[in-house]
Design a protein around this ligand. Structure first.
Ligand code: COA
Length: 378
């Protein structure tokens, strides 16, 4: 092997891209989009405005935001062929798998399918952001034998998603809670799914392929799949009546990792968890379902004291989504409904100054030269 250095396992600490989209200070627990602290965005912004910030590098003025919001809402349309594809998925198909396949299929019906220019990719980013939310909502309706709900272009992105999911306009509280969750999940620097999307884009493949790569990477329980895994634990605790801390101790004794804890970059509190903890508590208390927050809080205190591990974004998003009445297997697809904004921002940035991403491997196999042995002599 001729490479001079061997990178750490899992590329820990390796800087693999130059980006001006999102920054993380893992020691101070700071996350910022284009330099603006996530706490300020969660308190004041909307998902639409956050998309604009990620894609254009600045906050929009009033006219720009109005125009952008309209353009995003105008893309609330799904080709009938995509609805048919959702209908044809086997009943047991998981929403995250259906989303991955449907996003890949969207390229067939994209008016700029074969165009990979900056302008076409901006259009595709708008389309995909609207379409992902619609696919997740429509598939959930279809699998439950309910009619697909027509989009309402006058609603916010979060509001329209909840309308299309539940068949009725959401409360202001639910709409704002989801809007904040979408802001918090929108981007996270070079996380695994964004890296996958950038690697695909860098081959000069296309936007739909890059996003399909991203969805595939997000699905895993070490990444976006963790929020669903967290709620399965909370539900198990509720079902068996176990003490939350004893349940977690039992998992640790079996050398299991506890979903929703630990992070490759943060060595302190994940700033997204700060908001989601509060939302989980407020929504739980106001909806008479405080127990999910209470279990979570006990588990968090134990993990921090005993394992020195902090809750990450997925820990409190689980109880937050559940108290919003969202199905368990939609938690990770909703992560994608938000992260599409970050993935597309990164794909556009990658293509703006592209070079093929092609690292090397440290070869540790049989030494060269080995001989080819004919099959009857093996
Ligand atoms: C996020 C995560 C994948 C980061 O992985 P990583 O940077 O490769 O860190 P490691 O898995 O090497 O963990 C380092 C140490 O902390 C422990 N650890 C990390 N996360 C843990 C968890 N959730 N539960 C129990 N122990 C954990 C590991 O066992 C390891 O201990 P060791 O050094 O004694 O072997 C990891 O923390 C994890 O699997 N968390 C649970 C899944 C999750 O919530 N994912 C969503 C991330 S936003």
């Amino acid at each position: 092997m001729s490479t001079s250095t061997v990178t750490p396992k899992g590329l820990e600490g390796v800087i693999a891209a130059v980006s001006s989209i999102c920054s993380i200070d893992g020691d101070r627990g700071i996350l910022a989009y284009r330099g603006i602290d996530i706490h300020e965005l969660a308190d004041n912004s909307t998902f639409e405005e956050t998309c604009y910030l990620l894609w254009f590098g600045k906050l929009p003025n009033r006219a720009e935001l109005r125009e952008f919001t309209r353009a995003l809402a105008d893309e609330r349309k799904l080709d009938t062929a995509i609805i048919n594809l959702l209908r044809q998925a086997p009943r047991h198909a998981l929403p995250m798998d259906v989303l991955r396949t449907a996003v890949s299929a969207l390229s067939f019906y994209d008016p700029e399918e074969t165009v990979n220019t900056a302008e076409a990719n901006l259009h595709k980013s708008l389309r995909l952001t609207s379409q992902l939310a619609m696919i997740v909502a429509a598939y959930d309706r279809i699998r439950k034998g309910r009619p697909v709900v027509e989009p309402d272009r006058s609603l916010s992105h979060a509001g329209n998603f909840l309308l299309m999911l539940n068949g009725e306009p959401p409360s202001k509280t639910a709409e704002r809670a989801l809007d904040i969750a979408l802001i918090l999940h929108a981007d996270h620097e070079l996380n695994a799914s964004t890296f996958a999307a950038r690697v695909t884009a860098a081959t000069l493949s296309d936007m739909h392929s890059a996003i399909t790569s991203g969805i595939g990477a997000l699905k895993g329980p070490l990444h976006g799949g963790a929020n669903e895994a967290v709620f399965k634990i909370l539900a198990e605790i509720a079902k068996t009546g176990a003490d939350p801390v004893e349940h977690i101790k039992g998992m640790l004794a079996q050398k299991k990792k506890i979903p929703g804890f630990g992070h490759r970059v943060y060595h302190t509190e994940d700033p997204r968890a700060t908001h989601l903890r509060q939302m989980s508590r407020e929504l739980g208390e106001s909806s008479g379902q405080a127990k999910w927050w209470e279990y979570s809080s006990k588990i968090e205190q134990f993990m921090k004291a005993d394992k020195k591990l902090n809750a990450n974004v997925d820990f409190y998003s689980a109880s937050t989504y559940y108290t919003l009445g969202i199905e368990l297997d939609l938690f990770t697809p909703i992560f994608a409904v938000s992260r599409i904004s970050g993935w597309t921002a990164h794909v556009m940035e990658q293509l703006g100054d592209n070079r093929l991403i092609r690292p090397r491997a440290d070869y540790v196999g049989p030494a060269y030269p080995q001989r080819y042995v004919p099959i009857d002599r093996r």
